[in-house]
Design a protein around this ligand. Sequence first.
Ligand SMILES: NC(=O)c1ccc[n+]([C@@H]2O[C@H](COP(=O)([O-])OP(=O)(O)OC[C@H]3O[C@@H](n4cnc5c(N)ncnc54)[C@H](O)[C@@H]3O)[C@@H](O)[C@H]2O)c1
Length: 336
Amino acid sequence: MSHSLYTKAFHSGTLKNKRFLITGGAGFIGSHLVEYLCVHGAGLVRIIDNLCTGKLDNIEPFLRMPGVEWIEGDICDLNTCMQACEGVDFVLHQAALGSVPRSITHPLQSHATNVDGFLNMLYAAKEKGVRRFVFASSSSVYGDSPHLPKQEEVIGKPLSPYALTKLINEQYAEVFAKTYGLEYIGLRYFNVFGPRQNPEGPYAAVIPLFMKAALLKEMPTIHGDGQQSRDFTFVSNAVKANLLAALCEDKAAVNRVYNVACGRQYTVQEIWQHIARLTGTSAQARYTAPRPGDVRHSLADISAARQLLGYEPEHYLEEGLALSLAWYRSLYVPNQ
Ligand SMILES: NC(=O)c1ccc[n+]([C@@H]2O[C@H](COP(=O)([O-])OP(=O)(O)OC[C@H]3O[C@@H](n4cnc5c(N)ncnc54)[C@H](O)[C@@H]3O)[C@@H](O)[C@H]2O)c1
């Protein structure tokens, strides 16, 4: 594991006596959490995933490591969630159907996994006495609020079924904390990217699509004028935030949500230019209609995570793109 992104520890002390459940652990972000916990010798790394968008390939190197348990199962089944939470200290809940466009096409599926499945996990965590429930929320909860940078307490109205599911997650977690005393931390990820993020299929995110286009010397598609902006966040930052959230001992820091981002804003056009430079492609982008449900600008205020969790971004955009490119190269131009 010497070439892992995670040889540096984001936590202090040992993880040997700590037992984690990672839902959606065969997916993009979940597989990075699995990697981190394996590299640092967590006592239990239990993974649950139904492989609907995740892949066993993402976690294949870790499955035979000591302390790793694999459950192929669906969080929409309460019994499965109860079994998965048995003997666990920390849940890192990542399983969900991502993508705003997917939720617009398939709102019932998004609701079933992201709301009913979430509630099953929250309930199972409470019933099984889990110490803390850390979960993936999303910057999409800021919805139509024009306020920039995004501060946790100023949200607008959701612009998509996906955004609504994540807002409901936050509200359910708060109610469970108040009603049953279940500790939680919600992490509002802002456009996470990195190795293992799927570049295929109709709901692929923009950076994987740009990586693929650049490496195959194809024209990338930009929705809208390319001036929409995002706080693109390399995946190591999301991993760090999860570890800090799970292990933080300051009670003033729990039972709330945090932005997880870099606090820097880039337009989609700039991202393409950056990737084009890194790969040496001269392909020009093709522009199509803007996508419904997309917000125009997004930029996080990360001072709450800084102050209360001790979070500091680990890798900024440029380094993250270079690290990601190496992985996409191995996928598309393996002999170069
Ligand atoms: N990638 C981002 O930019 C981003 C931004 C904001 C929030 N998030 C959230 O972060 C989490 C992880 O996202 P990701 O980008 O790694 O996506 P991903 O699709 O790669 O991972 C999600 C995983 O959950 C699994 N899953 C889905 N439904 C399931 C079910 N019913 N039962 C069990 N497993 C199920 C999938 O198979 C997949 O492995 C999600 O909750 C997502 O909404 C991601």
